[in-house]
Ligand binder design. Structure first.
Ligand code: ADP
Ligand code: MG
Length: 344
């Protein structure tokens, strides 16, 4: 006989089952030959390629912490998968499978919940298709809105894109402009309004897109896997992220301020404020990697948007060099703010 409590649980799990059926078992979704059993049983089963290693990563996005509470569901889904893909990109891995743990609050009515889930899952599957990554399972619970995604991918056995591989005299490269997502966050939260007051509506939308729809540099990561000595993706700002490479590799670095590629949406700021935003703003998800000088011209030709921002040194510490035109004119520059640190 069912007790009241287990009866309640029964109804919840029935609707949970329907929810998974309706929104996360899309027959159109990526279906890979290395998945023996996908969504629907107690576990998914994979038959991985024997000649590769597997790479794993997991990231949680919590409402009000990692995205503003009023972020649209399509952006939440996109970003939750994109930031995980970005970790695969930073290792030079090829995306394969992912699992999704979704905690959903009570919504006003069934209709708003359905609309939310419809938008969320469409956006999720659309990005998944772009990268041929298959949703193979997950968990669905009721609670404060949060999304956890775990990704796995194939990694070439010879790939060496670890944080620990940087060598003195390596060039430091970033794959695209920085600071756009930080302005996007200011716009979304309506804070520091002077930083975006001069932007057109179109530019503001671009900055919001940089925040909500970050591009995972998968193709770029795959091209770099045998060339880069070290790499990571920029989630907390170049200054604090680069320090992870320096610490793991036991080296130092010099960054040249004028070379930092600034997002177009930083134009309302003076030069110094723009540099600070680009260096310390989070959520850009460009890659930062280091490589031998001799390997740079070929990579630059393949990816003209990549920018050389500095050099790895045997002298420890991270130095920011200012605006002098010649190296011996360059003064050291002190930055006021720091990158985002949840426990800082
Ligand atoms: P169990 O209770 O055995 O853990 P669940 O009832 O939680 O299983 O889930 C049933 C099936 O649906 C499992 O295959 C699980 O991986 C999948 N699943 C649950 N939630 C999601 C989700 N949000 N996205 C994708 N698959 C999910
Ligand atoms: Mg089970």
């Amino acid at each position: 006989m069912l007790t009241l409590e287990s009866e309640l649980r029964e109804t919840m799990s029935r609707s949970e089952f329907q929810l998974i059926q309706s929104y996360f078992s899309d027959p159109e979704q990526v279906s890979r030959s290395d998945i023996v059993l996908g969504i629907g049983d107690d576990c998914a089963i994979a038959q991985p390629r024997k000649q590769s290693n597997l790479a794993f990563s997991i990231d949680t996005l919590i409402s009000g912490v990692h995205f503003p509470d009023d972020t649209p569901p399509e952006a939440i889904a996109y970003k939750a998968l994109a930031v995980n893909l970005s970790d695969l990109a930073a290792m030079g891995a090829e995306p394969a499978w992912f699992t999704l743990s979704l905690s959903l609050p009570e919504m006003q009515c069934d209709k708003s919940r359905e609309e939310w889930l419809e938008k969320f899952s469409l956006s999720l599957f659309s990005l998944a298709k772009e990268h041929n990554i298959q949703l193979i399972g997950g968990d669905t619970t009721k609670g404060a809105l949060s999304v956890t995604i775990q990704v796995s991918g194939y990694l070439d056995k010879s790939s060496g894109m670890r944080r620990s591989g940087a060598k003195p005299d390596d060039l430091i490269i970033v794959t695209g402009p920085l600071g756009g997502a930080a302005i996007g966050l200011d716009i979304a939260l309506k804070q520091n309004t002077e930083q975006f007051s001069c932007l057109s509506e179109h530019d503001k939308q671009d900055a919001l897109n940089a925040l909500n729809y970050p591009k995972a540099r998968i193709k770029e990561g795959l091209s770099l896997q045998t060339i880069a000595h070290s790499a990571l993706d920029l989630s907390d700002g170049l200054l604090s992220d680069l320090k992870h490479i320096l610490k793991a590799s036991n080296v130092g670095a010099e960054l040249i301020l004028e070379k930092i590629p600034l997002a177009a949406s930083l134009t309302c700021l003076d030069k110094q404020a723009a540099w600070e935003k680009a260096l310390t703003g989070g959520d850009d998800y460009e890659l930062c990697f280091t490589l031998a000088k001799d390997d740079w011209p070929a990579i630059k030709e393949q990816y003209p948007q990549f920018i050389e921002v500095g050099i790895i040194t045997s002298q420890k510490g991270l130095r920011l060099l200012g605006t002098g035109r010649l190296p011996h004119d360059r003064q050291e520059y002190k930055i006021k703010t720091r990158g985002y640190d949840h426990f800082g």
